[in-house]
Design a binder for this molecule. Sequence first.
Ligand SMILES: [Zn+2]
Length: 263
Amino acid sequence: MTIAQDVKCHNCGAPLSLKAGEVIITCEYCGTAFNVATDKKFFLKHSIIPSKLDEKGVLETVRRWMSTGALKPSNFQKASKIEGASLTFLPFYIVHINVTTSYEGSFTRTGGNEPRTGKLHKEYYWKILGRRGSRFPTREYEIPLSGKEDFNLSKISKVAKFLNAEFDEKDAEDLAKGEVADNQRFLLSSQVNIFKKVENTFEIEDIEFVHAPVWKVDFVYNKTSYQVLLCGSNGNVIRGDIPPPDQSVGGFFSDLKKAFSGR
Ligand SMILES: [Zn+2]
């Protein structure tokens, strides 16, 4: 949905096409990013990771993924019908954050009650996808930051979709703090299972804004639709649906043969 609003790019004067909920908009004519909530130029460093794979390369990669690796149906590649592939540039905030977690508690899992206190210090480059209510598996995506370049519209092919961010860097920072705090607690859970006190001190080193290329491939296997998400820069599968194994007797023997031949 495009809202009829007369917002123009401060850099080149072109009309900006705003969609409901979007806050950080990239001008599709000159590539300048704006915060439309504050009507100011967006000051974070904005990069793009170009897609090195085209559709043909993506489909080859998905077929290879289907025919290798454990726990996949033996006829996965042959019996799957690929329905289509689409490329979307997703907006991520990379929050470089230092955290020190001071904790007091105890460990009772071994039957005793050992008091535990200490500090856990860690440095993170925490990824926040700039979209609300998205089920994208951000934690599973190792964004290949080594492939990033200064933002440039020419790196986006005509067929690709481009998503703007729905919140700004301040919201991204708050989300990152919450998720990092959860992660610290998770790391501590092997030593402390009852917490009396947990305190986090955060230091934000830097935040940057990166558009990363994600391909979505739809396929049908055994009359059911599935998806694979993969990185357009390095071709890694971010997440791929694996259908349940073939339950027929023939499927069992074929899987067995595959297991013994080691492929
Ligand atoms: Zn512009």
